[in-house]
Design a protein around this ligand. Structure first.
Ligand SMILES: *Cc1c(COP(=O)(O)O)cnc(C)c1O
Length: 224
């Protein structure tokens, strides 16, 4: 974030932080979501905390906050009912979802603790296998391990083999620059390599130690 914020300051740009899956994560002692002009969190069903669907935007800028409130509410003028100054959206969260979200916030620390425990267990079981790159956690960062993710050479083959043992997994996302609406000709080698080699392993908060052991065994038996 520091290099990104530096470029933004030099060129008078706003920074919008995609914190969709980073609830509770930290960068140099600061919480993710507090580092930019606007940060966006997702509360989709598979995130660390959920409201089913939906999310949240944070800002410390009063003017941007007001703009977002208006855009969320059909572009309606907050002082003139049913008067729409601009084209907006219906991005309001329902009260029912918000109630679920508040209950989830109470459990968030427990969820994060569990995610970190799961990562620690996987790390200890997979560390010795040199064909596997483990997820990094830099000294200045706190990783909340939304998913436990490793890099392997024959990723698609491993997904297939895990599946045959009844173990579900997911490949990494495709990078944005190869997707049709945003395609560019340039190579972005780091993102492309991660996308090719990355696999997300089961890491839901009720995952048991024995299950992690079985998954790790299946991986190490099928990796070569
Ligand atoms: C899940 C996710 C999104 C999408 O969030 P929605 O709430 O489904 O719109 C965007 N960015 C990242 C990094 C995500 O993990």
């Amino acid at each position: 974030m520091d290099p990104i914020l530096k470029i933004a300051r030099e060129h008078d740009l706003f920074v919008i932080e995609d914190a969709a899956e980073a609830h509770g994560a930290e960068y140099k002692g600061k919480k993710i979501g507090s580092l930019s002009d606007i940060s966006c969190f997702s509360f989709y069903g598979n995130k660390i905390m959920t409201t089913g669907e939906g999310g949240m935007c944070l800002t410390n800028n009063e003017e941007l906050a007001e703009k977002m409130r208006i855009l969320r509410d059909h572009g309606m003028n907050p002082k003139r009912r049913y008067w729409h100054d601009i084209i907006g959206f219906n991005y309001r969260m329902t009260n029912l979802q918000a109630a679920i979200g508040l209950a989830q916030v109470e459990k968030l620390d427990t969820f994060i603790k569990k995610k970190r425990e799961i990562a620690k267990t996987y790390n200890s079981l997979l560390r010795e296998t040199k064909e596997i790159t483990l997820p990094p956690e830099e000294k200045w960062a706190k990783n909340v391990y939304w998913m436990y993710s490793i890099l392997v050479k024959n990723r698609d083959q491993l997904i297939e083999k895990l599946s045959r043992e009844g173990i579900d997994s997911r490949p990494f996302f495709y990078p944005i620059h190869v997707q049709p609406p945003h395609r560019i000709r340039e190579k972005i080698p780091v993102a492309e390599e991660l996308s090719k080699k990355g696999i997300n392993l089961p890491s839901f908060v009720t995952l048991k130690k024995e299950e992690i052991e079985k998954i790790a065994d299946t991986i190490t038996a099928n990796i070569q």
